[in-house]
Design a binder for this molecule. Structure first.
Ligand code: B12
Ligand code: SF4
Length: 366
């Protein structure tokens, strides 16, 4: 069979991992595959199946454009759509395209396949890609109310233990997309495999501060990691956050290297509660005073069809705009580092408004 793999033309910094794994799976069945990005008539064969992936729900339009384009081009081919948006909003696809076969969740046969990096060579955006991406585990032990991982992937489970073969020869960097890497009983085995390779390691989805301890901090400190990300989303996590930072610091990880995602604009409809500007300001202040970097993370609903449209009842559009602007103006690269000037401003402020109001065109002291 001929299988056309389509990555819709949405913004992304990473190549389509799901399609790379599907390519390996199809090849193992004797099928021919080709990867394309967006809509193009540069297709080498008449496909029997067209497999389209999807990412953020708010990036649904390019997915629909791809379905429409390839259906018109190859009306007899079967079309399947999978990935995040397809899993979270299957009816949104089928209401416009009833003929589409929507795949929800993981593809169990493809999941364990080693991604076919070679298929990226035919796509200009990805031809120079040089990092290995993998999920060693799926699902999560937690159920944070703002997160769709438990819904898409379910219970925590290990999918890959022996990771060596998933690291492509020649790649200098390994990106782990595990949702909660430290929850894995194999965390130590995996880190011990990675360490002697000397490659740059990115725990891209952050590490769970509540699971950090002396042994983990010590083992992690041997890795080549330009940054270590964790999350500080709710005030009751404070004790675990402080402890995690101190433990990492005692094991030689610089505090400036630690980045905390700080969720804001979250509102839980079931509990009728959420964060507000003042509670967000306090978390940012605490992170900076710990000597770490704060990365404000605006809450996006699970079925959001337009990015940055949702406004929590506990926030105003103006307050959200203040955060966005201050990230650009008083922050650095979208984050708040613990620079002296910024720390002083935040510590002297009476609250959110004063903390995030903009300086009159003055340079930050670093
Ligand atoms: C990596 C990642 C990121 C990366 C970017 C990813 C990228 N590709 O560009 C970074 C770190 C930048 C990021 C940022 C954000 N992220 Co994010 N991220 C993820 C993560 C971990 C993986 C997403 C991914 O690329 N998957 C690639 C997929 C599709 O491959 P795969 O899963 O291996 O594919 C399998 C199946 O999906 C299926 N499949 C896939 N395609 C197809 C096609 C067919 C035909 C078939 C049959 C099967 C199939 O089979 C594959 C094998 O099993 C998910 C969580 C998760 N565990 O999935 C969150 C997730 C996508 N992120 C999420 C969110 C909310 C965000 C942010 C908006 C957070 C914020 N508030 O700032 C930002 C937005 C950034 C932006 N640019 O706008 C949400 C999305 C919810 C939604 N409504 O869309 C998720 C689901 C996590 C969550 N907490 O709920 N993210
Ligand atoms: S720990 Fe992370 S992946 Fe797990 S439920 Fe919470 S936000 Fe989602």
């Amino acid at each position: 069979m001929n299988v056309l793999l389509v990555e819709p033309d949405y913004y992304t910094r990473y190549p389509p991992l799901g399609l790379m794994k599907l390519a390996t799976y199809h090849r193992s069945c004797g099928d021919c595959v080709q990867l394309v990005r967006g809509t193009t008539d540069n297709v080498d064969f008449r496909p029997d199946i067209i497999e389209i992936t999807s990412l953020f729900t708010y990036a649904w339009k390019p997915v629909h454009e791809s379905i429409d384009f390839y259906h018109k081009m190859f009306p007899d081919s079967q079309i399947k759509v999978g990935g995040i948006y397809a899993s979270l909003m299957p009816e949104h696809i089928n209401s416009e395209f009833p003929f589409v076969n929507v795949h929800k969740g993981l593809h169990e046969d493809a999941e364990k396949c080693i991604p076919s990096y070679d298929i990226l060579k035919t796509v200009t955006k990805w031809e120079k890609w040089d990092a290995s991406i993998l999920f060693t585990s799926r699902g999560c032990i937690r159920k944070c109310p703002f997160c769709s991982v438990p819904m898409i992937e379910g219970e925590f489970r290990q999918v890959v233990k022996n990771i060596e073969k998933y690291i492509h020869p020649g790649h200098q960097k390994v990106i782990l997309w595990d949702n909660n890497f430290l929850a894995s009983p194999y965390w130590k085995e995996i880190v011990s495999t990675l360490q002697p390779l000397g490659l740059e390691i990115d725990f891209n989805q952050g590490l769970d501060a509540r699971l950090m301890d002396e042994e983990k901090a010590c083992v992690l400190s041997d890795l080549k990691m330009p940054a270590l990300r964790m999350a500080y989303d709710f005030p009751d996590e404070k004790e675990a956050i402080v402890k995690a930072v101190e433990t990492l610091h005692e094991n030689g990880i610089r505090k400036r290297k630690i980045i905390f995602y700080n969720l804001y604009n979250f509102y839980d409809d079931r509990k009728l509660a959420g964060d507000n500007p003042e509670s967000f300001f306090l978390r940012v202040k605490e992170v900076l005073n710990l000597g770490c970097v704060s990365y404000p993370m605006r809450f996006e609903p699970m079925t959001s069809l337009k990015k940055n449209k949702f406004i929590s009842p506990l926030w105003t559009a103006e307050e959200l705009e203040m955060v966005a602007k201050s990230r650009r103006v008083i922050g650095y690269g979208g984050v708040f580092p613990p620079y002296k000037g910024l720390l002083k401003k935040i510590n002297n402020a009476s609250g959110f408004r004063e903390g995030f109001e903009l300086y009159p065109a003055k340079k930050q002291k670093r």
